[in-house]
Design a protein around this ligand. Structure first.
Ligand code: PLI
Length: 462
């Protein structure tokens, strides 16, 4: 008898409830795609088989979190769930003050409005769509100071989310520290392919910023995934717990914005966390205008309870091993059949390199948008464009940004899909890859003013 040589691991949960999926035909999908203007954001969810659009708010909550909904304290003011969430924030992230928000961009809005003045610069490790827009709406200019390796899909640097200290320092020398209200550090870096930042780099950025009196705000949306990468990749952290690593990461920053819809295993929610009392005071004033009272910030008590419980579940190492392990599993499959993807495989998603996948298309023919549409047509799998459409236009010149990375993101919701779904996904990508030479590009026929990727419409080029 042949021996099984390897010891596998599996998810640290079992399935208690399932949601049935609708299967569609190619004709159904052709019709749905046309109606959606070749934009996967505009598809109806019921027309989707495996939904890899995003890991945002699409997580499966545990039975304990669902039970937590029943102990939601829906008082207008002073809900006990707010205090529970505050306790978990102190315990795991270490920040002093909490302002809940309906989701991440609510926190980004307040932070940007409070700290950014017209003419300011906000350096960051690659842009994120909503983060940069809020910085710009507040009168600031985002400056990308991520290391060059992050823009190269094949570079195997283990921490492609790192900040290039020389780029940061020359910006400080050029515009002056007074024009830089804060450095915005994302962990992991979504647009770079879910790439982590190292602890060493965080520490160095802290030193540099402290020297110039510049604050650091953390986009902690996927910081726990980043903590896992530090644990498995960075020297000296292998024996530290995820909780210790997360606390140390946060200790180099002055506060964070959080979209709890990712790491924290909930369907809605976010917060702004701060150490500075004066900024907190401003945010606490502002939140009542835009989100809701400072003890609920646009959330129901039950949402805050699910989030508090989610923090504790998400920080578990076995959870993170399975979460990131699933993404790596798909990455290995695609690599083995030669499909071009961003390497190393990131925390939350596989990113197909659309420039290499469809080299016959110009960037202005929207290769990533095209590829996302083709994958849906092939299989009912929904993915997301992360290229020229997402990058938008330069606010001063009105020209398209032409990002080096032209990617399609296959994003894995936490605790939702099985290994068989992963196999089906890899096979569908392979089928599109085999007919890649016949694929034609798209033309944009409707372009919204803000965050155009959500609602833009396209048609096939003849
Ligand atoms: O979607 P929000 O407003 O809860 O969060 C905005 C947001 C902020 N930072 C980062 C790194 C994000 O990834 C993020 C949202 N991301 C989405 C929706 C995504 O699909 O990746």
């Amino acid at each position: 008898m042949e021996k099984l040589k390897k010891r596998s691991w599996a998810e640290p949960f079992k399935i208690k409830s399932v949601e049935l999926l609708k299967m569609t035909t190619r004709e159904d999908r052709e019709r749905a795609l046309e109606e959606a203007g070749y934009n996967t954001f505009l598809l109806k969810s019921e027309d989707v088989y495996i939904d890899l659009l995003t890991d945002s708010g699409t997580n499966a909550m545990s039975d304990v979190q669902w039970a937590g909904l029943m102990v939601g304290d829906e008082a207008y003011a002073g809900s006990k769930n707010f205090y529970h969430l505050e306790e978990k924030l102190h315990q795991y992230y270490g920040y002093k003050y909490l302002v809940p928000t309906h989701q991440g961009r609510g926190a980004e809005h307040m932070l940007s409005q409070i700290l950014i003045k017209k003419g300011d610069y906000i350096p960051g490790n690659m842009y994120f769509t909503t983060t940069r827009l809020h910085q710009e709406l507040a009168g600031g200019t985002f400056v990308d100071v991520i290391i060059d390796e992050a823009h190269d899909p094949t570079n195997l640097h283990p921490f492609k989310g790192n900040i290039d200290l020389q780029k940061l320092e020359s910006l400080i020398n050029k515009v002056g520290a007074k024009k830089i209200p804060y450095v915005c550090i994302a962990a992991t870096v979504n647009m770079a392919g879910g790439q982590p930042i190292s602890m060493e780099n965080l520490r160095q950025v802290r030193e540099l910023c402290s020297k110039h009196g510049i604050k650091i705000f953390f986009d902690a949306t996927r910081a726990m995934e980043n903590a896992y990468f530090i644990k498995v990749r960075e020297q000296g952290y292998g024996n530290k717990s995820m909780a210790e690593i997360l606390r140390e990461m946060c200790s180099y920053t002055d506060g964070c914005t959080m979209s709890a819809k990712k790491d924290l295993l909930v369907n809605i929610g976010g917060f702004l966390a701060l150490n500075d009392y004066d900024i907190f005071e401003e945010a606490r004033n502002m939140v009542v205008v835009y989100e809701g009272l400072h003890t609920y910030g646009g959330l129901a008590g039950r949402d805050m309870e699910a989030m508090a419980l989610g923090i504790v579940e998400a920080i578990q190492e076995d959870h993170m091993k399975a979460r990131i392990g699933q993404v790596e599993y798909v990455g290995e499959k695609l690599q083995s059949i030669g499909v071009p993807i961003v390497l190393p495989v990131g925390g939350h998603a596989i990113f197909l390199d659309a420039k290499k996948f469809l080299p016959h298309l110009q960037q202005i023919e929207f290769p990533a948008q095209t590829l996302a549409a083709e994958l849906y047509l092939e299989s009912g799998i929904r993915s997301m464009e992360r290229g020229i459409v997402s990058a938008g236009r330069n606010k001063d010149t009105g020209d398209h940004y032409y990002p080096k990375l032209e990617l399609v993101r296959l994003t894995f919701p936490r605790r939702v899909y099985t290994q068989a779904h992963c196999d089906v996904t890899a096979e569908a990508v392979e089928a599109v890859y085999e007919r890649r030479n016949e694929i034609k590009g798209l033309e944009m026929v409707y372009e919204p003013k803000y965050l155009r990727f959500f609602q833009a419409r396209f048609k096939r080029k003849m």
